[in-house]
Design a protein around this ligand. Structure first.
Ligand code: ZN
Ligand code: ZN
Length: 342
């Protein structure tokens, strides 16, 4: 089969690879029909690492995908022929973390397109356990890919304990931030959103943010706190920027929750401990997600405008290199590029 492989920083190559084989009763062979380019993929693509997770070349990239099940082991045959969204995290189900319901921090986690773990999904086929496959019905497969980042955002909003009537800040309006906006709205919250790239926060406004702005130009605290003098109940930091973390703390009310989803380029970030302490802010680190993919698929069905706003570019399988460059350079008002079809 054909697959894209990273030969070095910024060097994607189309290769011929062995098609994966079903090795267990509960596994299914998925014909991959749509793959999303994620910010984390761009870290691997450009820098060859995220923190101490370092790429060894050649590296098969990609973890966001959707496709059709074309074959399956005896215990997964009900999925054959069905269109599915893929949860890229394969957990062992045996370790202390899995037994505690923390499948996402499994000690033996095998994640698609993650260094030293599973080959990426930017290929014609993948094999996954049936429990990682979520039927999407008649959802457009390019939109079904958004189930992966949306699941992460739903998880962040759940962790921040967002309930109806709450005021939520979303700092960073890339795919995760826009999905967090939708997840918070679905939980009944009013959302304030920022991004230093204008078309991104404008997309948040189009999706119904109560206010959106550019933190490099607008006085975000005056705008948000002018409308919500008590402060925000929760902030989803989806920028991976020190300035956004600092701003989040200033926006939050006492007892508020700061959910950190963004991946910083720096090894360390700092937080203003006295303000955190006096306000008793809960700082929540978000490691991908667990148990939120089904809710994500459901929200995509309920709100088709979300994926339509997030997916800005559809490219062919052969154009994968161009798709990565587009996202890496943030050209052409890109939010999410999907590599779809052949
Ligand atoms: Zn991703
Ligand atoms: Zn485990």
């Amino acid at each position: 089969m054909k697959a894209w492989s990273l030969a070095g920083p910024g060097r994607l190559e189309l290769i011929e690879a062995d098609a994966p084989k079903i090795a267990a009763d509960d596994e299914a062979l998925v014909k991959v029909e749509a793959v999303g380019v994620c910010g984390s993929d761009i870290h691997y693509y450009r820098e060859g690492r995220i923190g101490n997770q370092v790429v060894a070349y050649p590296f098969r990239i990609g973890h966001e995908c959707a496709g059709t099940v074309v074959d399956a082991g005896p215990r997964a045959r009900a999925l054959i022929g069905r269109a599915v969204a893929v949860d890229p995290a394969v957990s062992c189900l045996m370790c202390d973390q899995c037994r505690a319901g923390r499948l996402h921090t499994c000690r033996k986690l095998q994640f698609l397109g993650c260094p030293g773990q599973l080959d990426g999904c930017l290929a014609e086929f993948i094999v996954m356990p049936a429990r990682n496959l979520y039927p999407v019905g008649d959802l457009d497969l390019a939109h079904a890919v958004v189930a992966e980042p949306l699941a992460v955002s739903i998880y962040a909003v759940r962790r921040a304990r967002v309930t109806p009537g709450m005021k939520v800040g979303v700092l960073g309006c890339g795919p995760i931030g826009l999905c967090a906006l939708a997840a918070a709205q679905a939980a009944g919250a009013t959302v304030y959103a920022t991004d230093p790239i204008d078309w991104r926060h404008e997309t948040a406004a189009a999706l119904g943010a109560a206010w959106s702005g550019n933190p490099e130009r607008d006085d975000v605290e005056a705008e948000a706190l002018g409308r919500e003098p008590a402060g925000l109940d929760a902030v989803i930091e989806a920028a991976g920027e020190q300035a956004a973390l600092d701003q989040a703390v200033r926006l939050l009310k006492p007892g508020g929750a700061l959910a950190v989803v963004g991946i910083p380029e720096a090894e360390r970030v700092s937080l203003p401990i006295h303000e955190l302490r006096r306000k008793e802010i809960d700082v929540l680190n978000i490691r991908r997600q667990t148990d939120c993919t089904e809710a994500a698929v459901e929200l995509l069905h309920r709100r088709p405008g979300l994926a339509a706003a997030v997916v800005t570019h559809l490219m062919s399988f052969e154009e994968a290199g161009a798709a990565f460059e587009l996202v890496a350079n943030q050209d052409d008002r890109v939010i999410k590029a999907i590599i779809a079809g052949r």
